[in-house]
Design a protein around this ligand. Sequence first.
Ligand SMILES: *[C@@H]1O[C@H](CO)[C@@H](O)[C@H](O)[C@H]1NC(C)=O
Ligand SMILES: *[C@@H]1O[C@H](CO)[C@@H](O)[C@H](O)[C@H]1NC(C)=O
Ligand SMILES: *[C@@H]1O[C@H](CO)[C@@H](O)[C@H](O)[C@H]1NC(C)=O
Ligand SMILES: *[C@@H]1O[C@H](CO)[C@@H](O)[C@H](O)[C@H]1NC(C)=O
Ligand SMILES: *[C@@H]1O[C@H](CO)[C@@H](O)[C@H](O)[C@H]1NC(C)=O
Length: 674
Amino acid sequence: MAQGMHLIWMIFCFHLICISSQQETGFIYNGFGQADLYTDGVAKILPNRLLQLTDGTGQKMGHAFFKKPFEFNSSESLSFSTHFVCALAPKPGFIGGHGIAFVLSASMDLTQADATQFLGLFNISTQGSPSSHLVAVELDTALSAEFDDIDANHVGIDVNSLMSIASTPAAYFSEIEGKNKSIKLLSGEPIQVWVDYGGSVLNVSLAPLKIQKPSQPLLSRSINLSETFPDKKLFIGFSGATGTLISYQYILGWSFSSNRVSLQALDVTKLPGVPSHRAKNKRPTELLIVLLISLAVIVFLALGAAYVYRRRKFAEVKEEWEKEYGPHRFSYKALYNATNGFHKDRLLGKGGFGEVYKGTLPSNGQIAVKRVSHDAEEGMKQFVAEIVSMGNLKHKNMVPLLGYCRRKGELLLVSEYMPNGSLDQYLFHQGKPPFSWRRRLIIIKDIASALNYMHTGAPQVVLHRDIKASNVMLDAEFNGRLGDFGMARFHDHGADPATTVAVGTIGYMAPELATMGACTATDVYGFGAFLLEVTCGRRPVEPGLPADRQYLVLWVCQCWKMASLLGARDPRLQGEISAEEVEMVLKIGLLCTNAVQELRPSMEEVVQYLNESLKLPDISPNSPGIGSFTPLIIGSNSFPASPTTKTLSASFYSSSSATDSTFVTHSIIHGHGR
Ligand SMILES: *[C@@H]1O[C@H](CO)[C@@H](O)[C@H](O)[C@H]1NC(C)=O
Ligand SMILES: *[C@@H]1O[C@H](CO)[C@@H](O)[C@H](O)[C@H]1NC(C)=O
Ligand SMILES: *[C@@H]1O[C@H](CO)[C@@H](O)[C@H](O)[C@H]1NC(C)=O
Ligand SMILES: *[C@@H]1O[C@H](CO)[C@@H](O)[C@H](O)[C@H]1NC(C)=O
Ligand SMILES: *[C@@H]1O[C@H](CO)[C@@H](O)[C@H](O)[C@H]1NC(C)=O
């Protein structure tokens, strides 16, 4: 009995509570641990008591409603107050998220609504329809132009439509500062929201977590809720949605009361924490530091690479013994810049020896740079010494050699630039007008003078070793200048000339070179061949011609025997021709190409013959050694040079232009014959 009474009492009490709550609905959730909410979509209560509306995935929505409807008699008598704390956390790597809304709805079933900008409240057919029976306070973090959104961070009051009847940028009124301060909704920081309704006016206020409810609402708008909810019954809850814009949307706590005075304030200290979504991401400052460091490393590496590249690009080979040649040494960088990076537009010529580029140096003016590739380091010291000594030779009919530069596998020789190129172009190339006899004689005398200086005037005897029209350069006034000392070698007065190497170009090489090596007389032979070349306008050996004309020396002699020495002259010679001079030069040419070394004149005598200050010896085509030509064939066994010098000679002493490179020394030196 007592038990029965007890039960009845309990039922009575329960009823009492229900009646009272019907008149005065109210609840408070400091975290949703005990809450019995209706949820759908991705909305759920997390183990840490957080109400999650959306979970950081795209195109999702979630709803959470207090299960019991809230009923009222009339709009005038209706009032309520609610206070909730929400947090909208950005998802790393994504922008935005559409936002959340506090919802008053006639129905809890919003599963037919759409996510994205519809915020899980409406779909395309219910949007704007009075039959939606829905009022919402939106915290919108996306700018949806179709709904006339003011910005991507605003608060709005929506009645049956996402076209807010009132909206304003998210802010709160700061009592201390006496002005509105903006709030960033999508910051991940908890934000307090108050929604108050009374006297048909709906007020919305916002504030950061630690701030008291502002005295002025952010939004205030009169609404007749009886019109929207004719059944005088509504459910209260939340909705959140994502689209391609994604954020995490949480409600931390929620308090509601139909009696505005009895609204219980949320206890901020009891609210669950907002999960950090920065875990995957580094803090912005850390990220910035990491970025800056990587940037610095990249810049450093790039600079380093550029430095290494430049070092490689401009790398040179420099040895101790070169110190004394300092003034004659050019830096590769200077030559590189002078020739515009050895640009093909600066290419003057190309041949078996390498390439010649035109350049401009601030200190030397116009220069010619010859790039010779080589792989022999042996003999380099001697070679450089020779180049430098050569640079010290001064004669008006020599191309001044300015200096050199050494790199791995490469040697660069710098000389003065000769604007009119080499003589062979004027002799053999159809494009250029052939020189007159007068001009040819002047050039012959120029070269004789230069060679005489090399043989007698210089501190050392200097052999040129490769006298030929293509090695005779023309300066601005078309004076002859002996150039291309690449082949030349020195030997001291009196030293054994036979130890030097046989190099040169077929047809200009004295027969004794096969066994003896070079000496001044072999240069004289070369000069003789050059005289015949210039006068007759053809090369000493032309394999394409009939047998009796192939060898120039033989042919000139033949002409002489047939009493028409003059007939051997270049048929292209025009204008005034002195027969005596032509014949004299041809005779000197034959004298110099005498097969017997001892019977050749010296360069000193040659100069005098040319100046007609010394009478030509009386010779005939039948004199000993005159007009005999033996093509020079040197077997590698009979070659009188050491293997090292041989390599050196092959690699850069054999400087012949492309046209006559078929006869060259390379093959001779390597013993293949012609
Ligand atoms: C609303 O109407 C019911 C009867 O239908 C009444 O009991 C209640 O007191 C009324 N409430 C208000 C606030 O007027
Ligand atoms: C919109 O939602 C309503 C109910 O809320 C539903 O009846 C209707 O089919 C939905 N329309 C579309 C296009 O989803
Ligand atoms: C603060 O903002 C609200 C709503 O936009 C506005 O009504 C109010 O005048 C503003 N107050 C100040 C001090 O600017
Ligand atoms: C709404 O705010 C105004 C002040 O802007 C205030 O007078 C009114 O009482 C408020 N109403 C509610 C229901 O809080
Ligand atoms: C509110 O709407 C209801 C129903 O349309 C109407 O009866 C009532 O008079 C309205 N109240 C005000 C204050 O406009």
